[in-house]
Design a protein around this ligand. Structure first.
Ligand code: SF4
Length: 272
């Protein structure tokens, strides 16, 4: 079983959850299948948009106004999304998910992304005075959404939500549900960001100096320092040993965790 982003969350909550999944003692969950279906649509639309971005940026006239750039992104994104949804109509219907709800929810996620990307392109054009292929070649940062990355020596296979690639560094963003802590980020999110940063460094061959965790409209910046790197690698090694070994971890000491645990049924079936 590869270590994914969810493995970190499970491991910090209760190592038994990782054990149950590694030993395939958990039944698939129908709600989870729907979430995965929507996530895969989100992934495809953002990935395809990246292919279209080259054409879109090259088609902009010099000193294009913000409104024109925004219009280009909105129409590319909405066309792509509508096409993917109509191709998957039968699957969505089968899963009891409304085509319109998915459209609205993915579109609203995209609005802040459009805003940020349009600002980057608009100010880059004003500074560089470039257009066409020259603008695309020099445009910084290049942005990659929802790509798969692996680090085989750590047994990790991750989907990175977003990476902004600059000449001298890469910045990753981890997108979470909109429930931010009062300050900083949740411990499992810190590990996810550490893992995504290491994977993005390997893929883009440049250092990650900082990264972000996005909780809805709240964006928390994190410095990717030595502490985070070491903590991520150490946790990966611990999880790998748990997955590969036959030693059952202890059940959670805090029984309140079990009350909210999604795997409680599978856990009851494991002899103490
Ligand atoms: S039911 Fe309790 S002990 Fe079992 S996996 Fe969940 S949190 Fe851990």
């Amino acid at each position: 079983m590869p270590i994914t982003r969810r493995t970190f969350t499970d491991y910090l909550f209760c190592p038994m959850m990782v054990y149950l999944r590694a030993k395939r003692l958990v039944k698939p969950n129908a709600n989870r299948s729907n979430a995965l279906l929507i996530h895969s649509l989100r992934q495809r639309v953002f990935m395809e948009l990246l292919d279209h971005e080259h054409r879109l940026v090259c088609s902009l006239p010099s000193n294009a106004p913000r409104k024109l750039i925004t219009g280009g992104y909105v129409s590319e994104f909405s066309e792509l999304l509508a096409r993917l949804l109509s191709q998957n109509n039968a699957v969505l219907e089968n899963a009891g998910v409304s085509n319109g709800d998915v459209y609205n929810s993915l579109f609203s996620e995209f609005v802040p992304e459009i805003d940020k990307r349009v600002s980057q392109i608009h100010s880059f054009m004003a500074k560089s005075k470039a257009s066409g292929e020259e603008l695309w070649r020099s445009l910084t940062p290049k942005v990659y959404h929802y790509f798969n990355a692996s680090l085989s020596d750590l047994g990790m296979e991750l989907t990175v939500d977003k990476a902004e690639v600059y000449d001298d560094s890469v910045r990753t963003t981890v997108v979470k549900k909109p429930s931010a802590p009062n300050k900083g980020v949740w411990p499992s999110d810190l590990l996810e960001l550490g893992a995504c940063s290491l994977a993005a460094e390997a893929r883009f061959q440049r250092p990650a100096k900082k990264g972000f965790v996005c909780y809805g409209t709240v964006l928390r910046e994190v410095s990717i320092n030595q502490f985070i790197r070491e903590k991520t690698v150490k946790t990966c090694r611990e999880i790998s040993a748990l997955i590969a070994g036959d030693i059952k971890p202890r059940r959670a000491q805090n029984r309140n965790k079990c009350l909210n645990c999604r795997l409680v049924e599978a856990c009851r079936g494991v002899p103490v």
